[in-house]
Write a protein of this length. Structure first.
Length: 332
């Protein structure tokens, strides 16, 4: 029952958020009706969800004696509401923020939430690094900083105050915080080329960013290094990390980029959908069918009631087009 508590309203809010993903820049929207709800997950981990208006991606909060650890930041205009929600969980300083990917519905609140926090450091800070040392530390894969700091896909560079302050280029970055091991794991060439998932080991919670959602088809950002095969590989990585309680809900819990709290069964269903659609489209590509012919064949028809859309930024047609282009170009 716990997994279904916030299902109503998630789809509508996620689709509203996706309207601002177009162009990956924050649009003028009315955030006055958006409320930030707090859902305890398990262990030291909580899930923040925007309902009632445009919100962006879910935020993961881990809290304890060391302070607060965030995964993603929604939009800047919601920062005060997000902080108020965090303060119902912990009065401690925000120490770390992880960006799961570059899109503005997950990184737009970086600047105000970082400024509300404090980096863990000791000793004197020299003047030339003072600015970067103030506020919470923003962690992301190097590819996110590369894309934020330069024009990309027709969009200008993002403001420097939103950029990550600490990047990693290896397969993962490990942090010990609030008596818990935290793994920030890079998933290459999937939703984008800078995706990270975050695994809270003691609490047994995975925060996936947009590598997994419950509200839409996989969003493959080809312009920012995404690929459909990589997306499926990312889903498989998440599945491999989950330890379930068989025969009932529970075990490792999964916080998606958009949508409700999940466990293994939900991720398996999404992975199965992604694989089946891949195999259908790949067969059509192998037969030499054009994109229009593939769209006309409706390879997603049985899943459209769950994930399809004819309006908004990420329509079913755009999803099929991304799958077709990714498979046809054999992107890995």
């Amino acid at each position: 029952m716990k997994l279904k508590l916030l299902k109503r309203g998630f789809v509508a809010c996620a689709l509203l958020a996706l309207g601002a993903v177009a162009g990956y820049a924050q649009q003028q929207q009315d955030f006055s009706k958006t409320e930030i709800h707090v859902l305890p997950v398990q262990g030291n981990v909580y899930m923040l969800v925007g309902v009632g208006g445009p919100a962006g991606g879910n935020i993961t909060v881990q809290a304890g004696n060391d302070g607060v650890f965030l995964v993603d930041t929604m939009y800047a205009p919601l920062a005060d509401k997000i902080l108020a929600a965090i303060r119902t969980i912990s009065k401690g300083p925000i120490r770390y923020i992880v960006d799961t990917h570059v899109h503005a519905d997950h990184t737009g609140g970086n600047e105000p939430l970082r400024k509300a926090g404090a980096t863990i450091s000791g000793g004197n800070v020299s003047a030339d690094i003072k600015d970067s040392a103030e506020g919470a530390q923003i962690i992301a894969h190097q590819n996110i900083l590369n894309r934020m700091s330069s024009a990309s896909a027709g969009q200008p560079a993002m403001p420097s105050a939103t950029w990550p302050t600490d990047t990693y280029m290896t397969d993962e970055k490990d942090i010990f915080f609030n008596n818990e091991g935290i793994q920030v794991i890079h998933i290459p060439a999937a939703h984008t080329d800078g995706d990270s998932i975050v695994f809270f080991r003691r609490s047994d919670v995975i925060s996936t960013g947009d590598l997994f959602t419950t509200t839409m088809y996989p969003l493959i950002d080809l312009d920012r290094g995404g690929s459909y095969q990589g997306f499926i590989a990312g889903l498989q990585k998440i599945v491999d990390m989950i330890i379930p309680v068989y025969g009932q809900e529970g075990g490792t819990m999964v916080i998606p980029g958009h949508g409700r709290l999940c466990d293994l069964g939900d991720v398996l269903e999404y992975r199965e959908m992604a694989i089946i659609i891949r195999d259908r489209v790949q067969d059509m590509v192998n037969k030499g069918m054009t994109l229009e012919q593939v769209k006309a064949a409706k390879p997603t028809i049985d899943y459209d009631p769950l994930y399809g859309s004819t309006t908004g930024f990420w329509t079913t047609d755009k999803f099929v087009e991304a799958v077709y282009k990714s498979l046809k170009e054999n992107r890995k």
